[in-house]
Design a protein around this ligand. Structure first.
Ligand SMILES: [Zn+2]
Length: 744
């Protein structure tokens, strides 16, 4: 028994040693089977194919918002166009409000534990803790032509409607849905993006209406129906179409929405109308359409009369609106080549003085920078609406936080947060409202790309705002964390632990793209390729492979290693400058025959005896001999190198042989900062391909005219290196350099 045990233990040990010995991990393998096979819908170049198709859904909606009961009542006619090369028997719609209905799946599947002194908020479950039961009440589903009821079934947040007859390719079908739901206190249910905020001091509501109507799911060539349940974290996949929406509210309300106001004359006072028209022609500063004094005066009015505001939007994937009598309203036109979209802000007095000063200007900055990097902003309006604690985006409208203290003062931190959230949410117009990726599946495709451009906008337009978040330096700490908890960026949005969702979908992909732009590709190649992706996929449904392929296709940079490491793994960058050797070529070639050390032709370092590691340069250079190239090296070829010439060029030069180790696993470009005896510095960038034949350790020789005093790998942490302490030579300087970096 004992012996057998020992033998099996031995076998086990030797097996694990073998397993550990296999260090090669294929980090430069092409992505190949990780990507879907190209076809006529999506090409190998990353572009939409010759037979690319997508569905379309047009909406005609009447909705009323009851300011007394907070009930939203609506009826819609949806015209659905089947462009798919297949027949449809049924369609799927999203019922996001059902995520707050009794027995919803999010609450059922949320894990929990009991701990003493838990904050009440963590027990907040819609049906049991609050006196609130959400969810759509579907009154009817009918054929729009015949008026006949259509069979439907509801599966949590998904509604299936059976069609009276199969819809063939190229056909369209119209149906009507009537519904209502009770709007919720947004402060209590943050996973629902819409809702109201109640202001007890003046007894008024501020509504942000989102996911408020049954919306068509996406049906595409890649997924079929995207009818994954809404669980609060993974956002939306929606179909493009045109919207005509009539919104009935108390007549003293002001509305902003995903579209252009069609009946301004009817719903605005003559003064408001005149200011509105002026704003459309004003490019230098916002024009107030409703002033703070006027908004405050209305807070006491509580009009019983109603008005219906009509909006129209073309080629959008969703429709949201905001409504309140508390709104101050300012607007200005923004020039984007031949387009002049109207940037508009809606905010209660609680948002001032910050909002009047910054919001509309931030919209303008965002539209300008994003347009220059993607496509010209194609929509006619862009709203930013003030809320207490939100950051949420819809086509042409978004809801943003940034509320000063009651006395109007605010911290720099609040200002930075407000600029960040407005740029970010307005920026979402481009990703995913226009470049319409599937947010429910791939959070990073909109959040990551958008966080990257948010940071670029702040870098270009807001020098007073901190931009550490979303940079390689900013993500390093996260990336050295617990790998058992982490998920690769290429992961389903709902299945990432909540604490990891921020880094996973936002800051890590943004850091990756920043590294890609600044270090791997360079700004010119990156910007051209990124723009190409936006142009190819504007108003379409791109998938991850379309992005990966386009970035390579437009730049001639093989990025498979980059996507593999940054998007498909949880490895981190940790390069170690393991050793540095300093050599100088002997000035004369004498006594060659008697050399005691054996030389190998072609290897400059082979004749050194000092194989031990040095800690600094104090030992001086090791002298080496460069011998003549032997005839047999050339074989039958007659043309030969002039050995004396080569030797001449090496005279008095310093040769540095660097040994670098990849300790983090994620292969990375090498940025080397050389400091010379005269105090001057040189930055040298080596592409990540240096690791392509050995992922774990590389040696490379550099020739310098001047003597080097100091070598630092990645001096500004542009590569997200998680341990800078081992990046420095002489080694004794490492601690100091690391301390200095931490202070930066
Ligand atoms: Zn976002």
């Amino acid at each position: 028994m004992k012996n057998i045990f020992n033998i099996s233990l031995l076998l086990l040990l030797s097996f694990s040693l073998i397993a550990q010995d296999k260090k090669w991990a294929g980090k430069f393998e092409q992505l190949d089977q990780l990507l879907p096979t190209p076809n006529t819908y999506r090409t190998a170049s990353g572009a939409p194919g010759a037979n690319y198709w997508q569905q379309r859904a047009d909406y005609d909606i009447d909705v009323e918002l009851d300011d007394e009961t907070q009930i939203v009542t609506g009826k819609e006619t949806i015209t659905y166009y089947n462009n798919a090369p297949e027949v449809m028997k049924y369609v799927w719609l999203q019922l996001d409000q059902n995520d707050l209905a009794n027995g919803n799946m999010t609450e059922k599947t949320r894990t929990s534990t009991v701990r003493d002194s838990t904050a009440a908020k963590f027990f907040a479950v819609a049906s049991s803790t609050y006196d609130y039961s959400g969810g759509f009440k579907i009154k009817s589903v009918k054929d729009a032509t015949t008026g006949k009821d259509l069979p439907f079934l509801i599966n949590y947040t998904m509604l299936r409607i059976d069609l009276p007859s199969s819809m063939k390719t190229g056909e369209k079908y119209s149906f009507k849905v009537e519904w209502s739901f009770t709007e919720k206190d947004r402060m209590k249910f943050s996973r629902q993006r819409g809702g109201y905020e109640y202001f007890p001091e003046d007894g008024n509501y501020l509504y942000t209406e989102a996911q408020w109507f049954p919306r068509m799911c996406v049906f595409d060539d890649y997924e079929g129906w995207q009818n994954k349940q809404f669980l609060g974290q993974g956002e939306f996949a929606l179909t493009f179409g045109n919207y005509r929406v009539r919104i009935t509210v108390p007549s003293d309300h002001i509305i902003g929405a995903s579209g252009t106001l069609q009946n301004a004359k009817a719903v605005l006072t003559p003064t408001q109308f005149e200011r509105f028209e002026k704003a459309k022609k004003t490019f230098d500063q916002p024009v107030l359409i409703v002033t703070q004094e006027e908004a405050v005066a209305k807070e006491k009015e509580h009009s019983k009369k109603k008005s219906t505001w009509e909006f129209y939007a073309e080629n959008v994937r969703d429709f949201a609106f905001a409504s309140s009598r508390k709104f101050i309203w300012d607007a200005m036109a923004v020039k984007i080549n031949d387009k002049t979209p109207l940037a508009q802000s809606l905010y209660p007095k609680e948002g001032n003085p910050l909002w009047g000063k910054e919001s509309t200007k931030a919209i303008k900055n965002t539209l300008e920078v994003y347009s220059s990097r993607t496509i010209d902003y194609p929509y006619p309006v862009a709203y930013s609406v003030h809320t207490a604690d939100q950051g949420m985006e819809y086509p042409m409208i978004c809801f943003n936080f940034g509320r000063p203290n009651k006395d109007g003062t605010y911290s720099h931190r609040l200002y930075e947060g407000m600029i960040g959230v407005i740029v970010h949410e307005v920026g979402h117009n481009f990703f995913p409202m226009i470049v319409n990726s599937d947010e429910r599946q791939w959070g990073w495709m909109d959040e990551g790309l958008n966080t990257f451009l948010e940071r670029e906008t702040k870098r270009e337009r807001y020098p007073d705002v901190n931009i550490a978040s979303g940079s390689p330096k900013g993500i390093a700490n996260y990336m050295k964390g617990d790998k058992n908890k982490m998920r690769p960026i290429m992961w389903d949005a709902d299945n990432v632990p909540p604490g990891d969702y921020g880094p996973n979908a936002y800051s890590k992909p943004s850091a990756a793209l920043t590294l890609l732009r600044e270090t791997v590709m360079g700004p010119e190649l990156f910007d051209k390729s990124f723009k190409e992706y936006a142009q190819r996929w504007a108003f379409k449904h791109p998938k991850p492979a379309d992005f990966f392929r386009t970035m390579e296709d437009a730049s001639a940079v093989d990025l498979d290693w980059f996507w593999r490491g940054w998007f498909y793994s949880v490895d981190n960058v940790d390069v170690e400058l393991d050793n540095v050797k300093w050599f100088r070529v002997k000035s004369e070639q004498k006594d060659l025959e008697n050399k005691s050390v054996k030389t190998v032709q072609g290897d400059l370092t082979a004749s050194t005896k000092g194989s031990e590691k040095a800690n600094d340069f104090s030992q001086g250079p090791q002298e080496i001999t460069v011998v003549d190239t032997k005839d047999n090296f050339y074989g039958e070829f007659k043309s030969k190198i002039n050995d004396a010439d080569v030797r001449g060029k090496l005279q008095n030069k310093n040769l540095y042989e660097l040994t670098l180790k990849n300790k983090g696993g994620l292969v990375s470009p090498i940025i080397i900062e050389w400091t010379f005896t005269d105090g001057s510095k040189e930055i040298e960038k080596i592409p990540a391909e240096i690791w392509r034949q050995n992922e774990n350790e590389v040696k490379k020789v550099f020739m310098k005219e001047k003597e080097v005093t100091n070598i630092v790998i990645d001096p500004n942490n542009d590569s997200a290196d998680t341990n800078l302490g081992d990046n420095v030579f002489p080694k004794k300087a490492a601690v100091n350099k690391f301390e200095q970096f931490k202070k930066n």
